[in-house]
Design a protein around this ligand. Sequence first.
Ligand code: IMP
Length: 434
Amino acid sequence: MVVVGTQWGDEGKGKAVDWLTDHAQGVVRFQGGHNAGHTLVIEGVKIALQLIPSGVMREGLACYIGNGVVVDPVHLLAEIERLEAMGVSVRQRLFISESCPLILPFHVALDKARETLRETSGAGKIGTTGKGIGPAYEDKVARRALRVQDLKHPERFAKRLRELLELHNVVLTDYLHAEPLAFEPIFEQAMQVAEQVKPMLADVGYLLHLAQRGGANILFEGAQGTLLDIDHGTYPYVTSSNCVAGNAAAGSGVGPQMLHYILGITKAYTTRVGAGPFPTELAMDVPGTVGHHLSTVGQERGTVTGRPRRCGWFDAALLKRSVIINGLSGLCITKLDVLDGLPEIKVCVGYELHGKRVDILPLDADDIAACTPIYESFPGWEGSTFGATQWDALPLNAKRYLERLQELIGAPIAMVSTGPDRVHTIVLRHPYAA
Ligand code: IMP
């Protein structure tokens, strides 16, 4: 099973993964890093995860961090300690691929200094999370990254760190007009955390192969969303990894035949954090408007950065692109309850672009920015859908809205999430029964 975000992230993947891992024996992160923010609510207690797979709240479940993930070891340990303080055991069942590239302090410095330069030069910020994600992936593809496995070899680590830091300090000072970083504190901190990280290092691809041969259900947990994918997203306003389902295999070291069911997590409206085109975006400042309603009722603030998320109507033409790229088997619609009380609900079914009608999200970010959405309108519903656990308990207009979304998107709805807790879930077609 692969779980991916179908929009711009923050669709509620964490809850879906936590819910589905009831049926799984292992859960794998395969891309991104601690730029992700997955919020779970279990029996009223809120838990925010960034790097550790959302299945960790299921006792005894094996958790894997695949080679496609960029790992900040200092953040990793802080997250583990936070979970341990809540009584959740992590170290004995967390397996980290030796091949993960490391995020080190100069990646964070580069990320922040680049954003500043983009802003002052007039190029415009990407609106990154400032966690060093992009620069860490750059080092990976440039074949000069320090990887988790280097933590096992202090001399090799020191040599490569010295070379890498020399390069990045030139960029930081001469090009980005930022402060250089010193070798010693980075090296010492890395060696300190190395002692704690080393026992968790593993050959993740091989372990997954063995687990599957032993009959285990493995769940691959995507981070960010399809439109933030480095290749398929609204480039350059994207993250630096492939967030789409196909990368679950390459990012964890297994064959694609292991991916049987792709579940796309889809918010009942649309949000985006950071810059970039967003055709159905609504103004959010004025109380009484739909944008303000979605932002406040939906509590749309970034889990990692605390930034307000931009909000807008559901975009079925965007989802169409997402269904194709991911090969979605089914959908989980989330945050339906946020639409409760709206007198009218709109869905974008296509765009007008340079005088022509298009029915799928264009590929070029400038074209997307030039799109005028074409909307279909639905009457809202009375009463609350919050916490509903049965399809029949939904108001008629809510059912009609969901049925029309399914028709427009071209993929079946498997689940509907009606609130943040595990129990706030309607199951129409259980993904594990497929
Ligand atoms: P980066 O991943 O920090 O480089 O940020 C690049 C873009 O991806 C920015 O627009 C971020 O706001 C966005 N982004 C990164 N991670 C997430 C996430 O987990 N949810 C939503 N947006 C994200």
